[in-house]
Design a protein around this ligand. Structure first.
Ligand code: GLP
Length: 261
C-alpha cells in the first residue's frame, strides 16, 4: 500500500482528484467505482472544479457505486443514488445511463447478481474510491464480513446506524439493511484509492494500515491488493506508529510533485 499523509482535507481531495484526472486522461472510457459519505464530498467538489475549469470530461466514463440502502427509493433524499446525483452527477457530463448504483428496491438476491454482472460487462472497475467507517467498514462490509465476499445484502451494525443517523431527520425511517459490493468485488478493481480524514478515523486508519489482515477490520483487506493508495490527513494519521514508512506531504511543491508523478 502506498500511504500518503496530506496536510488537510483539501489536499486529500486534490490528490484524490488528480488520480481520477490522470486515469481519465489515459483512458477516457474509464470505469470509476464511487463511494458516498462525507469524506468523498470534497473530492467530488474538486472533480466538478476540474470539469468546469480544466475541461475534465466524464462523457465516456461509467461509474459503479459501492452500496445503497435497502428500502429507499432512488429519489429519497437519504438514498445513495440521490446523494450521487446531487453531489456529483448533476454537475459533470457523465451520461446518466452510465451511472450505476445498486437497486435498493429490487428483490435482494436478483439485484446483487445483476450488479456483479453489470460490473463485469463494463470490463471491471479501473479505479475504486473508498471511504472507511469508524469500525473499519468499506462500502457496507461491516466487521466480520468475508474478505472474499461478493455483492449482497448486509445487516448494518448498531455503530454504523448510529454514525449515519445524522443524515436522517428525527423519527424518519432509517434502514438497517444495505446492498453492498463485497470485499472480493472491491479487490478486483485495478486500483483502489481509500480516503480518510479527521480524528474519528484515526483508529480505523491505524488498524487498516498497521493492523493484521482481519475481517475485524474489513479495510485491512486492502493489504492484499497490489495497487492501493491510502490518502489521509494528519488527524486521521494520528495513531500511526510507523510514520517513517509513509510519504508525508510537507510543502506545496511536494503536493504538486505527487500530482505529477
Ligand atoms: C457509510 C458508507 C461508506 C463510508 C462510510 C464513512 O457507511 N457506506 O462507504 O465510507 O459511511 O462515511 P463518512 O465518510 O461520512 O465518515
Amino acid at each position: 500500500m502506498q500511504v500518503i499523509i496530506a496536510r488537510s482535507v483539501a489536499e486529500v481531495a486534490v490528490l484524490g482528484a488528480a488520480h481520477c484526472q490522470r486515469l481519465i486522461a489515459q483512458k477516457p472510457h474509464a470505469v470509476l467505482g464511487l463511494a458516498t459519505g462525507s469524506t468523498p464530498v470534497a473530492l467530488y467538489q474538486q472533480l466538478i472544479k476540474l470539469h468546469r475549469q480544466a475541461g475534465l470530461s466524464f462523457k465516456q466514463c461509467r461509474s459503479f457505486n459501492l452500496d445503497e440502502y435497502i428500502g429507499l427509493a432512488p429519489e429519497h433524499p437519504q438514498s445513495y443514488r440521490y446523494f450521487m446525483q446531487s453531489h456529483l452527477f448533476e454537475h459533470i457530463d457523465i451520461k446518466q445511463r452510465h451511472t450505476y448504483v445498486p437497486d435498493g428496491l429490487m428483490a435482494a438476491s436478483a439485484a446483487a447478481a445483476n450488479y456483479e454482472q453489470l460490473i463485469q460487462r463494463a470490463g471491471g472497475i479501473d479505479l475504486q474510491i473508498l471511504g472507511v467507517g469508524r469500525n473499519g467498514h468499506i462500502g457496507f462490509n461491516e466487521p466480520s464480513s468475508s474478505l472474499v465476499s461478493r455483492t449482497r445484502i448486509k445487516t448494518l451494525t448498531c455503530a454504523t446506524i448510529a454514525d449515519n443517523q445524522r443524515f436522517f431527520k428525527p423519527g424518519e425511517f432509517q434502514p438497517s439493511l444495505a446492498i453492498t459490493m463485497g470485499i472480493g468485488t472491491i479487490l478486483q478493481a485495478q486500483k483502489i484509492l481509500l480516503l480518510a480524514t479527521g480524528a474519528t478515523k484515526a483508529k480505523a486508519v491505524k488498524d487498516l494500515i498497521e493492523g493484521p489482515l482481519s475481517a475485524s477490520c474489513p479495510a485491512s483487506a486492502l493489504q492484499m491488493h497490489a495497487n492501493s493508495i491510502i490518502i489521509i490527513d494528519t488527524e486521521a494519521a494520528a495513531d500511526l506508529q510507523h510514520t517513517e514508512y509513509y510519504q508525508q506531504v510537507k510543502t506545496e511543491t511536494e503536493l504538486l510533485e505527487n500530482i505529477n508523478d
